[in-house]
Design a protein around this ligand. Structure first.
Ligand SMILES: *Cc1c(COP(=O)(O)O)cnc(C)c1O
Length: 433
């Protein structure tokens, strides 16, 4: 009986957890995925730098399918999302001393990739409603050195693409979309990732399409496509007439590249999983709608507010804002720990703001020069980010696995919130020092 479970006391304090059986599995693979992987294993070619054997690479098939899915012309797969960001920035000409606007809350790779290419991440505050970069703050952060705006769709939101496209066209500063948390989302009738001059995606284990580790960059610009290919394959690109038993790549060297290639095994997995993306997104969306409705009814828990043009958002994580007064004034970390214990799945606050994030340590970069070190804009503490700071104290996220089941799974999540809310007072007492 649900009420017994609720009355048993918090799992964090030794009570019975709400959830005692497994959540839907993630990442997912089926027989079709396994067949493709086996085909690669037997093909005699596991990498794009391997010998051409007359058949089309899975890397190219995935690139084409993913680009087509987005209505974009070109795709360049990469080893991970971070290298997708790195080559995206390099292709846009972001280099030493150039500034890139990065949202104050996002995964650290958004900022560290800018450092990696010698640029300066300029931290921009977010809008409280959807936790994405604020266009007003972005505008105020632009200088003559600003070379790109890195717009990240995160925490199940889509950033204000119309406003940022407008800003980009007014200023001539290119937009790079990071869609690592928004695969398949639709803004104004088009997929996110089809708006920026360049867009990047991570295919890491937790993302809604994954091959373990992986990434991809999209663009409609043939010149950028050429640069992206070279930046990710040591200055090489696909040859237009490959010979069997020889390398399929031709050496160009119009830039200094590096090896960020995605393997054939991973590409085959990504290609297979792409065919499930829309259907899995639909399931998550339906369950998310149910969860949002039920949690809103509990009081003190609200979903993020989306912009009208955010037609179909995706749920890499589902994010809620709490009124902590309704949870006995507990801090967000304690609430997350209590929920995690009830549900047996990691529930965590949104990413820590980049001006106060242990993973963001620009001054410890191995290749930092003195003039770079002296630039105050490198120092995260130079930024105040009040909205990001507040959001990090109020907002939490649940992983998309909890949205891949049915109404019983949603009911468990709701019960856990109800229970933590009901006993929040006990927790406050227990955690007092
Ligand atoms: C996951 C993620 C990345 C980094 O991707 P990796 O594949 O882990 O390198 C970049 N940006 C955002 C917004 C992400 O969520």
């Amino acid at each position: 009986m649900p009420s017994d479970l609720i009355n048993s006391g918090l799992a964090l304090l030794g009570g019975t957890p709400i959830r005692r059986h497994p959540w839907p599995k993630w990442p997912r693979a089926d027989e079709e995925t396994a067949n493709l992987v086996l085909e690669v294993l037997n093909s005699g070619r596991w990498a794009i730098s391997g010998m051409y054997n007359g058949s089309k690479l899975y890397e190219r098939r995935f690139a084409e399918a993913f680009a087509k899915f987005h209505g974009v012309q070109f795709g360049v797969p990469t080893a991970n999302g971070s290298s997708a960001l790195t080559i995206g920035l390099e292709a846009l000409g972001v280099g030493y001393g150039k500034e890139v606007l990065v949202p104050g809350i996002t995964w650290v790779a958004c900022a560290s990739s800018v450092l990696r290419v010698g640029g300066i991440p300029v931290l921009v505050d977010i809008t409280p409603e959807n936790l994405c970069m604020s266009v007003e703050d972005a505008r105020n952060s632009i200088t003559s050195e600003t070379s790109a705006i890195m717009l990240v769709h995160l925490n199940c939101s889509i950033a204000d693409l119309d406003a940022f496209l407008q800003l980009s066209s007014e200023t001539g500063i290119p937009l790079i979309e990071d869609c690592s948390q928004a695969h398949g989302a639709i803004w104004s009738g088009k997929r996110v990732g089809s708006y920026g001059l360049i867009s990047v995606f991570s295919l890491q284990d937790s993302k809604v399409i994954t091959c373990g580790e992986g990434g991809i960059v999209l663009t409609d610009d043939p010149h950028l496509y050429d640069l992206l290919q070279q930046y990710r394959a040591d200055g090489r690109r696909y040859s237009s007439n490959p010979k069997v038993n020889l390398i399929e790549l031709e050496e160009v060297g119009s830039i200094q590249g590096c090896n960020y290639c995605l393997s054939e095994i991973q590409s085959a997995i990504a290609l297979d999983r792409l065919s499930h993306l829309d259907e899995e997104n639909r399931l998550r969306r339906n369950n998310a709608a149910m969860l949002k409705k039920k949690l809103s009814e509990l009081g003190g828990i609200s979903p993020l507010k989306q912009l009208p043009n955010a037609e179909e958002i995706t749920y890499y994580q589902i994010c809620f804002r709490l009124d902590r007064d309704e949870f006995a004034g507990l801090d967000i970390f304690t609430i997350c720990r209590a929920l995690t214990e009830e549900l047996g799945v990691l529930i965590e606050p949104v990413d820590r703001p980049l001006n106060n994030n242990i993973l963001y340590q620009p001054s410890k970069l191995s290749c930092l020069s003195d003039s770079y070190r002296d630039n105050w804009k490198i120092d995260p503490k130079s930024y105040t980010l009040p909205n990001a700071t507040k959001a990090a104290q109020e907002c939490l996220t649940l992983p998309h696995r909890v949205l891949l089941g049915d109404s019983h799974d949603i009911e468990d999540v709701v019960l856990a919130f109800e229970k933590v809310k009901k006993y929040a007072n006990n927790l406050q007492f227990a955690t007092k020092h």
